[in-house]
Design a protein around this ligand. Sequence first.
Ligand code: PEP
Ligand code: MN
Length: 250
Amino acid sequence: MKLTSDKIIVCGPCSAETREQVLRTAEGLAAAGVGCFRAGLWKPRTRPGCFEGVGAEGLEWMTEVRRTYGMRIATELNTARNAELLLKAGMDIAWIGARTSTNPFDVQDIANALRGCQIDVYIKNPIAPDSALWLGAIERIERAGIKGRIVAIHRGFCSWEKDVFRNSPIWSVPLWLKEQRPDLPVVCDPSHIAGKAHLVPMVAGMALSLGLDGLFIESHCNPSAALSDAAQQLTPEEIGHLFQTLKLTE
Ligand code: PEP
Ligand code: MN
């Protein structure tokens, strides 16, 4: 399948777990028309004792994905201390997670570490619905004069009230950002909003119908065995179907 839309599409597992899992997932996603592969190497876990990612060891698996399937590669830049590693590996995209974009000190350290570098930076909304804090994180990266492109990601907001979603979308926030900054692409991460695989297609459809600029979605070759976010990942085949339904591929 081939992507026929100009939407920004990034797909891949929550975490890189093994070389085999990374390559198998990438193979399926490449067949579904996905050109950009995400996988977390350092995982921000809410409580200690869970799988915290394979770390730098997974960089080689990611560069193998690029060599083998010609995909661009993306991972979370969790701290400025790892910036050099990503730059050396030629990572195409570094994303800043929701917990990090909440802290201006951390975002500024990352901005300083990437100053003038050739890398795309995707910035997730902070955990709480503070639209100025999200825009501030974007501005800090912009002021670092990176050579790649900057993209905002709406991944929903943490709420004390339990609703059907894991992180409630507040669509007026990404729409406000688009109004403030018509030049800035704003995409949606329906996986961390939905929290459950069966809700992901609906959230993805909502995001596109509201005019957001693309999707950043989790996909795993064997979701039920995933070491993080098992409940919300789609198989590469399900991603292929979803993209057909959303008329993103032919
Ligand atoms: C992720 O993308 O796997 C992730 C940890 O996301 P967030 O920062 O949105 O929670
Ligand atoms: Mn995840």
